[in-house]
Design a protein around this ligand. Structure first.
Ligand SMILES: Cc1cc2nc3c(=O)[nH]c(=O)nc-3n(C[C@H](O)[C@H](O)[C@H](O)COP(=O)(O)O)c2cc1C
Length: 273
Protein backbone atom coordinates (compact mmCIF):
# COMPACT_ATOMS: atom_id res chain seq x y z
CA UNK A 1 0.00 0.00 0.00
CA UNK A 2 1.14 3.51 -0.82
CA UNK A 3 0.63 5.90 2.09
CA UNK A 4 0.81 9.66 2.46
CA UNK A 5 1.98 11.13 5.76
CA UNK A 6 -0.66 13.84 6.13
CA UNK A 7 1.55 15.66 8.66
CA UNK A 8 4.15 16.20 5.92
CA UNK A 9 1.77 16.67 2.94
CA UNK A 10 1.45 20.36 1.87
CA UNK A 11 -1.31 19.73 -0.67
CA UNK A 12 0.84 20.81 -3.63
CA UNK A 13 -0.94 18.31 -5.94
CA UNK A 14 2.34 17.17 -7.59
CA UNK A 15 1.50 13.52 -6.88
CA UNK A 16 -2.08 13.93 -8.13
CA UNK A 17 -0.89 15.50 -11.41
CA UNK A 18 1.76 12.84 -12.01
CA UNK A 19 -0.40 9.81 -11.12
CA UNK A 20 -0.96 8.12 -14.47
CA UNK A 21 -3.67 5.67 -13.24
CA UNK A 22 -5.46 8.52 -11.44
CA UNK A 23 -5.45 6.88 -8.02
CA UNK A 24 -4.80 9.90 -5.80
CA UNK A 25 -7.40 12.36 -4.59
CA UNK A 26 -7.26 15.47 -2.40
CA UNK A 27 -9.24 15.34 0.83
CA UNK A 28 -9.24 18.51 2.96
CA UNK A 29 -6.11 19.78 1.22
CA UNK A 30 -4.18 16.51 1.76
CA UNK A 31 -3.31 13.83 -0.81
CA UNK A 32 -4.79 10.38 -0.31
CA UNK A 33 -3.80 7.34 -2.35
CA UNK A 34 -6.78 5.04 -2.90
CA UNK A 35 -4.62 2.00 -3.74
CA UNK A 36 -7.26 0.79 -6.21
CA UNK A 37 -5.91 1.52 -9.69
CA UNK A 38 -2.38 2.11 -8.38
CA UNK A 39 0.35 0.24 -10.33
CA UNK A 40 3.01 0.94 -7.67
CA UNK A 41 5.19 2.84 -10.11
CA UNK A 42 6.40 5.08 -7.28
CA UNK A 43 5.99 8.37 -9.16
CA UNK A 44 4.21 9.85 -6.13
CA UNK A 45 7.18 8.89 -3.93
CA UNK A 46 9.65 10.38 -6.42
CA UNK A 47 7.81 13.64 -7.05
CA UNK A 48 6.77 14.66 -3.49
CA UNK A 49 8.76 17.75 -2.41
CA UNK A 50 8.31 16.81 1.26
CA UNK A 51 9.10 13.08 1.11
CA UNK A 52 5.61 12.43 2.50
CA UNK A 53 4.83 9.36 0.38
CA UNK A 54 6.01 5.82 1.13
CA UNK A 55 5.10 2.19 0.60
CA UNK A 56 5.17 -0.84 2.86
CA UNK A 57 5.43 -3.25 -0.07
CA UNK A 58 8.92 -2.40 -1.33
CA UNK A 59 12.09 -1.49 0.51
CA UNK A 60 12.07 2.29 1.03
CA UNK A 61 15.87 2.08 1.53
CA UNK A 62 16.09 1.63 -2.27
CA UNK A 63 14.95 5.25 -2.67
CA UNK A 64 17.79 7.73 -3.23
CA UNK A 65 17.42 11.50 -3.19
CA UNK A 66 18.48 13.18 -6.44
CA UNK A 67 21.79 15.00 -6.68
CA UNK A 68 23.21 16.24 -9.95
CA UNK A 69 26.78 14.91 -9.53
CA UNK A 70 25.77 11.30 -9.00
CA UNK A 71 22.71 11.14 -11.23
CA UNK A 72 23.86 12.75 -14.50
CA UNK A 73 25.58 11.08 -17.46
CA UNK A 74 27.01 13.25 -20.20
CA UNK A 75 25.09 12.53 -23.46
CA UNK A 76 28.20 12.23 -25.64
CA UNK A 77 29.87 9.88 -23.14
CA UNK A 78 26.72 7.76 -23.03
CA UNK A 79 26.68 7.55 -26.82
CA UNK A 80 30.37 6.60 -26.85
CA UNK A 81 29.72 3.86 -24.29
CA UNK A 82 26.93 2.48 -26.49
CA UNK A 83 29.12 2.67 -29.61
CA UNK A 84 32.22 1.20 -27.96
CA UNK A 85 30.60 -1.77 -26.21
CA UNK A 86 31.29 -5.03 -28.03
CA UNK A 87 30.20 -8.62 -27.80
CA UNK A 88 33.12 -10.12 -25.94
CA UNK A 89 33.97 -13.74 -26.71
CA UNK A 90 37.47 -13.93 -25.26
CA UNK A 91 37.70 -14.21 -21.50
CA UNK A 92 40.42 -14.55 -18.87
CA UNK A 93 39.91 -17.28 -16.26
CA UNK A 94 39.30 -14.72 -13.49
CA UNK A 95 36.04 -15.36 -11.62
CA UNK A 96 33.37 -12.65 -11.63
CA UNK A 97 32.84 -11.22 -8.15
CA UNK A 98 29.39 -11.70 -6.62
CA UNK A 99 29.07 -7.93 -5.94
CA UNK A 100 29.49 -7.26 -9.66
CA UNK A 101 26.85 -9.84 -10.59
CA UNK A 102 24.54 -8.28 -8.00
CA UNK A 103 25.10 -4.82 -9.51
CA UNK A 104 24.36 -6.11 -13.03
CA UNK A 105 21.10 -7.59 -11.72
CA UNK A 106 20.29 -4.28 -9.95
CA UNK A 107 20.42 -2.54 -13.33
CA UNK A 108 17.89 -5.07 -14.62
CA UNK A 109 15.70 -4.78 -11.53
CA UNK A 110 15.36 -1.02 -11.90
CA UNK A 111 14.62 -1.14 -15.63
CA UNK A 112 11.07 -0.12 -16.51
CA UNK A 113 8.45 -2.81 -17.28
CA UNK A 114 5.05 -2.52 -18.99
CA UNK A 115 2.37 -1.57 -16.44
CA UNK A 116 5.17 -1.83 -13.89
CA UNK A 117 4.77 -5.61 -13.96
CA UNK A 118 8.34 -6.28 -12.69
CA UNK A 119 8.17 -9.77 -14.12
CA UNK A 120 11.86 -10.22 -14.91
CA UNK A 121 13.88 -12.94 -13.12
CA UNK A 122 17.53 -13.91 -13.18
CA UNK A 123 19.30 -17.26 -13.03
CA UNK A 124 23.03 -17.06 -12.28
CA UNK A 125 25.02 -20.08 -13.40
CA UNK A 126 28.62 -20.57 -12.29
CA UNK A 127 29.31 -23.97 -10.73
CA UNK A 128 26.76 -25.71 -12.95
CA UNK A 129 28.17 -24.30 -16.19
CA UNK A 130 29.77 -27.50 -17.49
CA UNK A 131 26.56 -29.52 -17.16
CA UNK A 132 24.54 -26.75 -18.81
CA UNK A 133 27.08 -26.37 -21.59
CA UNK A 134 27.18 -30.06 -22.38
CA UNK A 135 23.37 -30.33 -22.53
CA UNK A 136 23.17 -27.23 -24.72
CA UNK A 137 25.81 -28.41 -27.19
CA UNK A 138 24.07 -31.78 -27.44
CA UNK A 139 20.68 -30.14 -27.96
CA UNK A 140 21.92 -27.80 -30.68
CA UNK A 141 23.58 -30.72 -32.46
CA UNK A 142 20.30 -32.68 -32.37
CA UNK A 143 18.35 -29.64 -33.58
CA UNK A 144 20.91 -29.29 -36.38
CA UNK A 145 20.59 -32.95 -37.41
CA UNK A 146 16.82 -32.72 -37.39
CA UNK A 147 16.93 -29.58 -39.49
CA UNK A 148 19.26 -31.12 -42.09
CA UNK A 149 17.15 -34.31 -42.26
CA UNK A 150 13.96 -32.36 -42.90
CA UNK A 151 15.02 -29.42 -45.04
CA UNK A 152 12.22 -27.43 -46.70
CA UNK A 153 12.39 -24.21 -48.76
CA UNK A 154 11.47 -22.32 -45.55
CA UNK A 155 14.22 -23.87 -43.43
CA UNK A 156 16.89 -23.76 -46.19
CA UNK A 157 18.34 -20.40 -44.96
CA UNK A 158 19.06 -22.08 -41.58
CA UNK A 159 20.97 -25.02 -43.12
CA UNK A 160 24.32 -23.36 -42.31
CA UNK A 161 23.34 -23.16 -38.62
CA UNK A 162 22.41 -26.85 -38.59
CA UNK A 163 25.83 -27.69 -40.02
CA UNK A 164 27.54 -25.28 -37.60
CA UNK A 165 25.84 -26.75 -34.50
CA UNK A 166 26.77 -30.33 -35.43
CA UNK A 167 30.42 -29.31 -36.00
CA UNK A 168 30.50 -27.25 -32.79
CA UNK A 169 29.47 -30.27 -30.72
CA UNK A 170 31.91 -32.64 -32.45
CA UNK A 171 34.78 -30.23 -31.79
CA UNK A 172 33.67 -29.58 -28.22
CA UNK A 173 33.70 -33.31 -27.48
CA UNK A 174 37.29 -33.55 -28.80
CA UNK A 175 38.57 -30.65 -26.65
CA UNK A 176 36.00 -28.93 -24.39
CA UNK A 177 38.37 -26.16 -23.29
CA UNK A 178 39.79 -25.19 -26.66
CA UNK A 179 36.58 -25.64 -28.57
CA UNK A 180 33.95 -24.00 -26.41
CA UNK A 181 32.22 -22.01 -29.15
CA UNK A 182 29.11 -21.65 -26.98
CA UNK A 183 30.23 -19.88 -23.80
CA UNK A 184 33.89 -19.35 -24.78
CA UNK A 185 35.07 -20.54 -21.31
CA UNK A 186 33.41 -17.60 -19.58
CA UNK A 187 33.11 -18.13 -15.80
CA UNK A 188 29.51 -16.92 -15.42
CA UNK A 189 26.20 -16.79 -17.21
CA UNK A 190 23.08 -14.85 -16.30
CA UNK A 191 19.88 -16.12 -17.84
CA UNK A 192 17.13 -13.50 -17.96
CA UNK A 193 13.59 -14.83 -17.86
CA UNK A 194 10.31 -12.92 -17.98
CA UNK A 195 6.63 -13.26 -18.74
CA UNK A 196 6.98 -10.46 -21.26
CA UNK A 197 9.96 -10.89 -23.61
CA UNK A 198 9.98 -7.13 -24.15
CA UNK A 199 10.44 -6.46 -20.44
CA UNK A 200 13.21 -9.05 -20.28
CA UNK A 201 14.96 -7.56 -23.30
CA UNK A 202 14.84 -4.02 -21.93
CA UNK A 203 16.33 -5.21 -18.64
CA UNK A 204 19.00 -7.18 -20.52
CA UNK A 205 20.07 -4.14 -22.48
CA UNK A 206 20.69 -2.10 -19.33
CA UNK A 207 22.44 -5.08 -17.76
CA UNK A 208 24.77 -5.23 -20.74
CA UNK A 209 25.72 -1.58 -20.31
CA UNK A 210 26.32 -2.13 -16.60
CA UNK A 211 28.50 -5.17 -17.37
CA UNK A 212 30.67 -2.92 -19.54
CA UNK A 213 30.74 -0.13 -16.96
CA UNK A 214 32.08 -2.66 -14.44
CA UNK A 215 35.02 -3.54 -16.69
CA UNK A 216 33.54 -6.92 -17.58
CA UNK A 217 32.72 -8.31 -21.01
CA UNK A 218 29.59 -10.09 -22.21
CA UNK A 219 27.66 -11.28 -25.21
CA UNK A 220 24.09 -12.50 -25.65
CA UNK A 221 23.95 -16.17 -26.58
CA UNK A 222 21.05 -16.60 -28.98
CA UNK A 223 22.26 -20.18 -29.56
CA UNK A 224 21.62 -20.97 -25.91
CA UNK A 225 18.11 -19.45 -26.06
CA UNK A 226 17.37 -21.55 -29.17
CA UNK A 227 18.55 -24.73 -27.41
CA UNK A 228 16.40 -23.97 -24.34
CA UNK A 229 13.36 -23.46 -26.58
CA UNK A 230 13.97 -26.87 -28.15
CA UNK A 231 14.76 -28.94 -25.05
CA UNK A 232 12.66 -28.78 -21.89
CA UNK A 233 15.47 -30.52 -20.00
CA UNK A 234 17.39 -27.24 -20.13
CA UNK A 235 14.43 -25.34 -18.63
CA UNK A 236 14.13 -28.02 -15.92
CA UNK A 237 17.85 -27.99 -15.15
CA UNK A 238 17.68 -24.22 -14.63
CA UNK A 239 14.39 -24.37 -12.73
CA UNK A 240 12.71 -21.79 -14.97
CA UNK A 241 9.45 -20.83 -13.30
CA UNK A 242 6.08 -21.59 -14.91
CA UNK A 243 4.92 -18.90 -17.32
CA UNK A 244 8.42 -17.48 -17.76
CA UNK A 245 10.33 -17.55 -21.03
CA UNK A 246 14.07 -17.40 -21.37
CA UNK A 247 14.63 -14.03 -23.01
CA UNK A 248 18.40 -13.70 -23.02
CA UNK A 249 21.51 -15.52 -21.89
CA UNK A 250 24.35 -13.18 -20.93
CA UNK A 251 27.75 -14.85 -21.01
CA UNK A 252 30.00 -12.89 -18.65
CA UNK A 253 33.68 -12.70 -17.72
CA UNK A 254 36.76 -10.48 -17.71
CA UNK A 255 37.71 -9.62 -21.30
CA UNK A 256 40.87 -11.07 -22.79
CA UNK A 257 40.64 -8.70 -25.75
CA UNK A 258 41.07 -4.93 -26.08
CA UNK A 259 39.15 -2.94 -28.65
CA UNK A 260 40.81 0.26 -29.78
CA UNK A 261 37.95 1.94 -31.61
CA UNK A 262 34.25 1.75 -32.36
CA UNK A 263 32.81 -0.07 -35.42
CA UNK A 264 30.82 1.23 -38.40
CA UNK A 265 27.13 0.42 -38.80
CA UNK A 266 24.37 0.67 -41.44
CA UNK A 267 22.83 4.12 -41.78
CA UNK A 268 19.76 4.58 -39.57
CA UNK A 269 16.52 3.82 -41.41
CA UNK A 270 14.51 6.87 -40.41
CA UNK A 271 11.29 8.30 -41.68
CA UNK A 272 10.81 11.93 -40.58
CA UNK A 273 7.19 12.97 -41.10
C1 LIG B 1 19.79 -11.38 -29.57
C2 LIG B 1 21.25 -11.66 -29.82
C3 LIG B 1 21.70 -12.97 -29.92
C4 LIG B 1 23.06 -13.23 -30.14
N1 LIG B 1 23.50 -14.53 -30.16
C5 LIG B 1 24.83 -14.78 -30.25
C6 LIG B 1 25.34 -16.13 -30.14
O1 LIG B 1 24.59 -17.10 -29.96
N2 LIG B 1 26.68 -16.34 -30.22
C7 LIG B 1 27.55 -15.30 -30.41
O2 LIG B 1 28.76 -15.56 -30.47
N3 LIG B 1 27.11 -14.01 -30.52
C8 LIG B 1 25.78 -13.72 -30.43
N4 LIG B 1 25.31 -12.42 -30.49
C9 LIG B 1 26.23 -11.31 -30.72
C10 LIG B 1 26.07 -10.67 -32.13
O3 LIG B 1 26.67 -11.50 -33.09
C11 LIG B 1 26.71 -9.28 -32.08
O4 LIG B 1 25.93 -8.47 -31.22
C12 LIG B 1 26.78 -8.60 -33.43
O5 LIG B 1 27.59 -9.33 -34.32
C13 LIG B 1 27.33 -7.19 -33.33
O6 LIG B 1 28.60 -7.15 -32.70
P1 LIG B 1 28.81 -6.32 -31.36
O7 LIG B 1 27.86 -6.84 -30.33
O8 LIG B 1 30.23 -6.50 -30.96
O9 LIG B 1 28.49 -4.88 -31.67
C14 LIG B 1 23.97 -12.14 -30.28
C15 LIG B 1 23.50 -10.83 -30.19
C16 LIG B 1 22.17 -10.58 -29.94
C17 LIG B 1 21.71 -9.14 -29.80
Amino acid sequence: MIKVDSGKCIGCMQCVKDCFPNDIQMINGKAKVNNITCIKCGHCIAVCPKGAVSTDEYNMKDVKDYNKEEFTVDADNLLNLIKFRRSVRQFTNKEVEEEKITKIIESGRFTQTGINLQDVSYIVVREGLDELKSLTFQTLSNVGKNLLDNLTPETMPFKKYGQMWIKMYEEYKKNPIENDKLFFNAPAVIIVTANSPLNGALASSNMELMTNALGLGTFFSGFFVKAAEENKKIMDLLGVKDGKKIVTCMVIGYPNVKYLRTVPRKKADICWT
